[in-house]
Design a protein around this ligand. Structure first.
Ligand code: ADP
Length: 266
Protein backbone atom coordinates (compact mmCIF):
# COMPACT_ATOMS: atom_id res chain seq x y z
CA UNK A 1 0.00 0.00 0.00
CA UNK A 2 1.40 3.38 -1.02
CA UNK A 3 -0.54 6.40 0.21
CA UNK A 4 -0.31 10.17 0.36
CA UNK A 5 -1.99 12.27 3.05
CA UNK A 6 -2.96 15.75 1.94
CA UNK A 7 -4.20 18.56 4.15
CA UNK A 8 -3.24 21.82 5.86
CA UNK A 9 -1.11 21.97 9.02
CA UNK A 10 -3.09 20.73 12.00
CA UNK A 11 -5.63 18.77 9.93
CA UNK A 12 -4.68 15.48 11.57
CA UNK A 13 -2.34 13.96 8.98
CA UNK A 14 0.12 12.73 11.60
CA UNK A 15 -2.55 11.06 13.74
CA UNK A 16 -4.12 9.24 10.81
CA UNK A 17 -0.76 8.31 9.31
CA UNK A 18 0.28 6.58 12.52
CA UNK A 19 -2.89 4.51 12.62
CA UNK A 20 -2.52 3.51 8.96
CA UNK A 21 1.03 2.28 9.53
CA UNK A 22 -0.29 -0.17 12.13
CA UNK A 23 -3.21 -1.27 10.02
CA UNK A 24 -1.28 -1.94 6.80
CA UNK A 25 2.19 -2.69 8.18
CA UNK A 26 3.72 0.17 6.21
CA UNK A 27 6.08 2.97 7.21
CA UNK A 28 5.13 6.60 7.80
CA UNK A 29 7.43 8.94 5.93
CA UNK A 30 7.03 12.45 7.28
CA UNK A 31 9.28 15.00 5.60
CA UNK A 32 8.57 17.36 8.52
CA UNK A 33 9.92 14.77 11.02
CA UNK A 34 12.91 13.98 8.80
CA UNK A 35 13.77 17.66 8.42
CA UNK A 36 13.37 18.28 12.17
CA UNK A 37 15.74 15.33 12.80
CA UNK A 38 18.22 16.83 10.33
CA UNK A 39 17.98 20.20 12.08
CA UNK A 40 18.54 18.55 15.46
CA UNK A 41 21.53 16.57 14.17
CA UNK A 42 22.96 19.71 12.57
CA UNK A 43 23.50 18.03 9.17
CA UNK A 44 24.10 20.29 6.12
CA UNK A 45 20.43 19.80 5.12
CA UNK A 46 19.34 20.62 8.67
CA UNK A 47 21.40 23.80 8.68
CA UNK A 48 19.87 24.83 5.38
CA UNK A 49 16.31 24.03 6.51
CA UNK A 50 16.47 25.46 10.05
CA UNK A 51 15.50 29.11 9.39
CA UNK A 52 13.12 28.31 6.54
CA UNK A 53 11.13 25.93 8.75
CA UNK A 54 11.09 28.29 11.72
CA UNK A 55 9.55 30.95 9.49
CA UNK A 56 6.88 28.50 8.31
CA UNK A 57 8.04 28.53 4.69
CA UNK A 58 8.74 25.57 2.44
CA UNK A 59 12.17 23.99 2.11
CA UNK A 60 13.32 23.90 -1.57
CA UNK A 61 11.82 21.10 -3.68
CA UNK A 62 15.17 19.52 -4.63
CA UNK A 63 16.07 19.08 -0.96
CA UNK A 64 12.90 17.22 0.03
CA UNK A 65 12.76 15.23 -3.20
CA UNK A 66 16.31 13.98 -2.55
CA UNK A 67 15.34 13.01 1.02
CA UNK A 68 12.28 11.06 -0.17
CA UNK A 69 14.12 9.42 -3.11
CA UNK A 70 16.65 8.02 -0.69
CA UNK A 71 14.10 7.06 1.94
CA UNK A 72 11.68 5.08 -0.23
CA UNK A 73 14.61 2.92 -1.33
CA UNK A 74 15.16 1.66 2.23
CA UNK A 75 14.19 -1.98 2.91
CA UNK A 76 11.47 -1.02 5.43
CA UNK A 77 9.60 0.92 2.73
CA UNK A 78 9.43 -2.08 0.40
CA UNK A 79 6.08 -3.18 1.77
CA UNK A 80 4.62 0.27 1.22
CA UNK A 81 4.55 3.69 2.83
CA UNK A 82 2.39 6.59 3.77
CA UNK A 83 3.70 10.00 2.83
CA UNK A 84 2.85 12.66 5.39
CA UNK A 85 3.76 16.20 4.33
CA UNK A 86 5.08 15.18 0.93
CA UNK A 87 4.48 16.13 -1.85
CA UNK A 88 3.73 19.72 -0.95
CA UNK A 89 4.10 21.35 -4.36
CA UNK A 90 3.24 20.31 -7.92
CA UNK A 91 6.94 19.88 -8.88
CA UNK A 92 7.32 17.56 -5.85
CA UNK A 93 4.30 15.54 -7.02
CA UNK A 94 5.78 15.28 -10.51
CA UNK A 95 9.12 14.21 -9.08
CA UNK A 96 7.37 11.54 -7.01
CA UNK A 97 5.55 10.27 -10.11
CA UNK A 98 8.89 9.94 -11.88
CA UNK A 99 10.51 8.19 -8.90
CA UNK A 100 7.67 5.66 -8.66
CA UNK A 101 7.56 5.16 -12.44
CA UNK A 102 11.26 4.31 -12.51
CA UNK A 103 10.62 1.60 -9.94
CA UNK A 104 7.47 0.36 -11.66
CA UNK A 105 5.41 1.30 -8.60
CA UNK A 106 2.07 3.10 -8.35
CA UNK A 107 0.11 5.06 -5.76
CA UNK A 108 -2.96 3.51 -4.17
CA UNK A 109 -4.53 6.78 -3.10
CA UNK A 110 -3.99 10.41 -2.19
CA UNK A 111 -6.23 11.04 0.82
CA UNK A 112 -7.32 14.63 1.35
CA UNK A 113 -8.34 15.56 4.90
CA UNK A 114 -10.72 18.45 4.35
CA UNK A 115 -11.01 20.94 7.23
CA UNK A 116 -12.15 24.53 7.75
CA UNK A 117 -9.16 26.83 8.08
CA UNK A 118 -10.75 28.45 11.13
CA UNK A 119 -10.11 25.43 13.34
CA UNK A 120 -6.40 25.08 12.52
CA UNK A 121 -5.21 27.70 15.01
CA UNK A 122 -7.27 26.09 17.74
CA UNK A 123 -5.89 22.63 16.93
CA UNK A 124 -2.27 23.84 16.94
CA UNK A 125 -2.82 25.63 20.27
CA UNK A 126 -4.16 22.37 21.68
CA UNK A 127 -1.14 20.48 20.32
CA UNK A 128 1.24 23.00 21.93
CA UNK A 129 -0.56 22.67 25.29
CA UNK A 130 -0.40 18.85 25.09
CA UNK A 131 3.29 18.85 24.22
CA UNK A 132 4.05 21.22 27.08
CA UNK A 133 2.05 19.02 29.45
CA UNK A 134 4.13 16.01 28.37
CA UNK A 135 7.29 18.04 28.93
CA UNK A 136 8.19 17.90 25.23
CA UNK A 137 9.94 20.67 23.34
CA UNK A 138 7.48 22.80 21.37
CA UNK A 139 8.09 23.06 17.62
CA UNK A 140 9.75 26.30 16.54
CA UNK A 141 7.00 26.86 13.96
CA UNK A 142 4.05 26.26 16.29
CA UNK A 143 3.44 29.95 16.93
CA UNK A 144 0.75 32.23 15.47
CA UNK A 145 3.00 34.03 12.92
CA UNK A 146 4.64 30.88 11.54
CA UNK A 147 1.30 29.05 11.50
CA UNK A 148 -0.20 31.87 9.43
CA UNK A 149 2.64 31.40 6.92
CA UNK A 150 2.25 27.61 6.90
CA UNK A 151 -1.46 27.91 6.15
CA UNK A 152 -0.70 30.47 3.45
CA UNK A 153 1.94 28.17 1.92
CA UNK A 154 -0.59 25.33 1.97
CA UNK A 155 -3.25 27.41 0.21
CA UNK A 156 -0.85 28.66 -2.43
CA UNK A 157 1.50 25.74 -3.07
CA UNK A 158 -0.07 22.55 -1.75
CA UNK A 159 -3.83 22.93 -2.35
CA UNK A 160 -3.31 22.64 -6.16
CA UNK A 161 -2.34 19.02 -5.51
CA UNK A 162 -6.00 18.25 -4.81
CA UNK A 163 -6.79 18.85 -8.51
CA UNK A 164 -3.53 17.16 -9.50
CA UNK A 165 -4.51 13.88 -7.84
CA UNK A 166 -8.17 14.25 -8.82
CA UNK A 167 -7.04 14.37 -12.46
CA UNK A 168 -4.90 11.30 -11.85
CA UNK A 169 -7.96 9.51 -10.47
CA UNK A 170 -6.29 8.79 -7.11
CA UNK A 171 -7.86 11.50 -4.92
CA UNK A 172 -10.06 10.35 -2.01
CA UNK A 173 -11.58 13.12 0.12
CA UNK A 174 -12.52 12.64 3.75
CA UNK A 175 -14.13 15.06 6.22
CA UNK A 176 -11.29 15.94 8.60
CA UNK A 177 -13.60 17.92 10.92
CA UNK A 178 -15.18 14.76 12.33
CA UNK A 179 -13.90 13.10 15.56
CA UNK A 180 -10.63 11.14 15.08
CA UNK A 181 -12.33 7.71 15.09
CA UNK A 182 -14.85 8.84 12.47
CA UNK A 183 -12.09 10.22 10.23
CA UNK A 184 -10.27 6.88 10.56
CA UNK A 185 -13.43 4.98 9.64
CA UNK A 186 -14.01 7.25 6.64
CA UNK A 187 -10.43 6.64 5.45
CA UNK A 188 -10.94 2.88 5.77
CA UNK A 189 -14.11 3.14 3.71
CA UNK A 190 -12.52 5.10 0.86
CA UNK A 191 -9.57 2.71 0.78
CA UNK A 192 -11.81 -0.33 0.66
CA UNK A 193 -14.14 1.12 -2.02
CA UNK A 194 -13.52 -0.25 -5.49
CA UNK A 195 -11.25 2.15 -7.40
CA UNK A 196 -13.75 2.88 -10.15
CA UNK A 197 -16.46 3.81 -7.66
CA UNK A 198 -14.20 6.26 -5.87
CA UNK A 199 -13.10 7.86 -9.13
CA UNK A 200 -14.93 11.12 -9.80
CA UNK A 201 -17.44 11.09 -12.64
CA UNK A 202 -16.18 12.54 -15.90
CA UNK A 203 -17.11 16.23 -15.97
CA UNK A 204 -19.92 17.01 -18.43
CA UNK A 205 -18.88 18.87 -21.58
CA UNK A 206 -19.94 22.53 -21.62
CA UNK A 207 -23.36 23.16 -23.25
CA UNK A 208 -21.88 24.81 -26.37
CA UNK A 209 -19.48 21.97 -27.00
CA UNK A 210 -22.27 19.44 -26.44
CA UNK A 211 -24.50 20.98 -29.13
CA UNK A 212 -21.56 21.14 -31.53
CA UNK A 213 -20.96 17.44 -30.90
CA UNK A 214 -24.60 16.69 -31.58
CA UNK A 215 -24.48 18.58 -34.87
CA UNK A 216 -21.42 16.67 -35.97
CA UNK A 217 -22.95 13.43 -34.92
CA UNK A 218 -26.23 13.83 -36.93
CA UNK A 219 -26.48 11.16 -39.67
CA UNK A 220 -25.67 12.29 -43.23
CA UNK A 221 -29.24 11.55 -44.47
CA UNK A 222 -30.76 13.83 -41.85
CA UNK A 223 -28.26 16.57 -42.64
CA UNK A 224 -29.18 16.41 -46.38
CA UNK A 225 -32.91 16.51 -45.64
CA UNK A 226 -32.43 19.54 -43.39
CA UNK A 227 -30.49 21.26 -46.21
CA UNK A 228 -33.31 20.56 -48.69
CA UNK A 229 -35.92 22.02 -46.34
CA UNK A 230 -33.93 25.19 -45.74
CA UNK A 231 -33.35 25.65 -49.51
CA UNK A 232 -37.08 25.26 -50.19
CA UNK A 233 -37.81 27.77 -47.43
CA UNK A 234 -35.38 30.23 -49.00
CA UNK A 235 -36.99 29.70 -52.43
CA UNK A 236 -40.43 30.21 -50.97
CA UNK A 237 -39.45 33.45 -49.27
CA UNK A 238 -37.84 34.65 -52.51
CA UNK A 239 -41.01 33.91 -54.52
CA UNK A 240 -43.25 35.64 -52.00
CA UNK A 241 -41.02 38.71 -52.06
CA UNK A 242 -41.15 38.85 -55.92
CA UNK A 243 -44.97 38.51 -55.93
CA UNK A 244 -45.25 41.29 -53.32
CA UNK A 245 -43.17 43.75 -55.37
CA UNK A 246 -45.09 42.81 -58.59
CA UNK A 247 -48.38 43.61 -56.81
CA UNK A 248 -46.93 46.93 -55.65
CA UNK A 249 -45.81 47.80 -59.20
CA UNK A 250 -49.31 47.09 -60.61
CA UNK A 251 -50.97 49.18 -57.88
CA UNK A 252 -48.61 52.09 -58.57
CA UNK A 253 -49.33 51.91 -62.33
CA UNK A 254 -53.10 51.85 -61.72
CA UNK A 255 -52.83 54.85 -59.39
CA UNK A 256 -50.74 56.80 -61.96
CA UNK A 257 -53.28 56.00 -64.73
CA UNK A 258 -56.19 57.21 -62.58
CA UNK A 259 -54.37 60.48 -61.77
CA UNK A 260 -53.59 61.16 -65.46
CA UNK A 261 -57.22 60.44 -66.44
CA UNK A 262 -58.45 62.89 -63.82
CA UNK A 263 -55.97 65.54 -65.05
CA UNK A 264 -57.11 65.08 -68.69
CA UNK A 265 -60.75 65.57 -67.62
CA UNK A 266 -59.64 68.88 -66.14
P1 ADP B 1 2.71 20.78 9.28
O1 ADP B 1 1.98 19.90 8.33
O2 ADP B 1 2.18 20.70 10.66
O3 ADP B 1 2.84 22.21 8.81
P2 ADP B 1 5.27 19.32 8.89
O4 ADP B 1 5.84 18.66 10.07
O5 ADP B 1 4.72 18.45 7.81
O6 ADP B 1 4.20 20.35 9.45
O7 ADP B 1 6.35 20.29 8.23
C1 ADP B 1 7.01 21.28 8.97
C2 ADP B 1 7.87 22.16 8.06
O8 ADP B 1 8.83 21.35 7.40
C3 ADP B 1 7.11 22.85 6.94
O9 ADP B 1 6.50 24.06 7.35
C4 ADP B 1 8.23 23.06 5.96
O10 ADP B 1 9.07 24.13 6.31
C5 ADP B 1 9.04 21.80 6.07
N1 ADP B 1 8.59 20.75 5.13
C6 ADP B 1 8.06 19.56 5.44
N2 ADP B 1 7.74 18.85 4.36
C7 ADP B 1 8.08 19.63 3.30
C8 ADP B 1 7.98 19.50 1.91
N3 ADP B 1 7.46 18.39 1.35
N4 ADP B 1 8.41 20.50 1.12
C9 ADP B 1 8.91 21.61 1.63
N5 ADP B 1 9.05 21.82 2.97
C10 ADP B 1 8.63 20.85 3.80
Amino acid sequence: MRLILLGPPGCGKGTQAQRLTDKYGIVQLSTGDMLRAAVKAGTPIGQKAHDIMARGELVPDDVVVAIIAERIDQPDARNGFILDGFPRTVPQAEALDRLLDEKGLGLDAAIELKVDEGILHHRIQKRVAEMKARGEAVRADDNPEALEKRVHAYRLQTAPLVSYYRNHGSLRTVDGMAPIADVSAAIDRVLEAPKDKARPAKPAAPARARSATRKRAAPAGRRKAAKRVSKAKARATGKARAARSARKRVAKKTRRKAINKARRRG
